[in-house]
Design a protein around this ligand. Structure first.
Ligand code: SF4
Ligand code: SF4
Length: 352
């Protein structure tokens, strides 16, 4: 257990990311949260935007609320919207207080408005004064916002949630600074949205960083919980944690393999007016290129609706572009996926 910044919370450095719980039902969520409690994980992170996640968690932990610190977040940017969302979160989570309430996925240009008289921040301050929330935090995906947030420090935000993993280390210096200033650091996207396929190594890599307070891998079943606990133990219980030579080589290989623009599968770009499942299309391309998984990738490609009657279905309307927190050139990248599929078709025909 560590002190989580200046919040007064004592947390296990392995936390629970609440996105995948949407995949299961209430019974599954009940079993999962029971197992999580028995495992000693005491920090649960969810969001208003994660479908049924708040509701499932609230129902599952209502008899063991005191065993957990609850963190959630809202995309609301104005006072009224945030006030309403805090009430909704309290109701869905079946609790009279939330330990950490975060402003979700903030862009640097939004900060001034958030802090204004009509902005969301005032609603958070009021809720904190009323004891409905205990701490105010913030989450972002961009370095510009991170810089501004770290500059503002704990006078405004008790924690910062930011992506960091083997292939996304751009936040290292600022996260270190945040940690030194006493802000609680929560690391999201440990697997870069599923792009890194060695969860064991990925979680250890993050816990090995001095600036990491909590890492929150998404967990949707008991096997995933067990696996994450194993990884965490390897770092947290070791006298001195070190990577083997073989692991260091693997880390370098992952970095080389995933440089440049790649989709982290956050899903913020959805929905596409043409019905294209953008993250699924990107995922399919990676698998189509792998010999032993090409068929699986092909199936995902078909399910993504990137092709309609054999033609590229993206009309390049650009609706997805401002929604991607990583500023990916989505239509151009999708065109590359389409080309990959055409090449796969060609090589399949040659094989027959
Ligand atoms: S640019 Fe293409 S992928 Fe993006 S929203 Fe428009 S049609 Fe969909
Ligand atoms: S394209 Fe961007 S917004 Fe869409 S899932 Fe990928 S990373 Fe997220």
């Amino acid at each position: 257990m560590i002190e989580f910044g200046k919040t007064g919370m004592k947390v296990n450095r392995l936390g629970f990311g609440g996105i995948p719980i949407q995949r299961i039902d209430q019974n599954g969520a009940n079993e999962l949260l029971k197992f999580i409690k028995e495992s000693g994980i005491n920090f649960l992170d969810t969001a208003r935007a994660y479908g049924e996640s708040e509701t499932y968690i609230g129902e599952a932990i209502k008899e063991m609320r005191d065993s957990f610190y609850l963190a959630t977040k809202s995309m609301a940017r104005d006072y009224e919207g945030m006030k309403a969302d805090i009430e909704k979160s309290l109701s869905c989570l079946q609790t009279d207080h939330i330990d950490l309430y975060q402003i979700h996925n903030v862009q640097v240009l939004e900060i001034e408005n958030l802090m204004s008289q009509d902005g969301a921040y005032r609603a958070l301050l009021e809720a904190r004064d009323q004891g409905k929330i205990k701490n105010i935090g913030i989450t972002t995906h961009t370095l510009e916002s991170l810089e501004k947030i770290v500059e503002m420090g704990t006078d405004y935000f008790m924690s910062i949630q930011f992506p960091f993993n083997i292939v996304e280390s751009q936040g290292t210096d600022l996260l270190t600074k945040a940690h030194e200033k006493g802000m609680g650091t929560i690391i999201m996207k440990p697997l870069a949205g599923g792009a890194i396929e060695d969860p064991e190594l990925a979680v250890r890599y993050i816990l090995d960083q001095n600036f990491t307070d909590i890492v929150i891998p998404g967990m949707g079943d008991i096997e995933e919980v067990k696996q994450n606990i194993q990884s965490a133990k390897a770092v947290l219980e070791a006298e001195k944690h070190e990577f083997t030579q073989e692991e260091l080589v693997k880390i370098e290989e992952i970095k080389k393999d995933l440089t440049g623009n790649f989709c982290r599968r956050c899903g913020y770009c959805k929905p596409c007016p043409q019905g294209i499942d953008i993250p699924l299309a990107f995922l399919s391309a990676r698998y189509m290129k792998r010999y032993n998984l090409a068929q699986w990738g092909y199936g995902r490609y078909m399910a993504s609706n990137l092709e309609k009657d054999g033609e590229f279905a993206c009309v390049k309307c650009g609706a997805c572009l401002p929604k991607c927190p990583y500023f990916l050139p989505i239509p151009d990248m999708l065109e590359e996926v389409y080309k990959t599929k055409l090449e796969t078709d060609k090589s399949r025909r040659q094989e027959v």
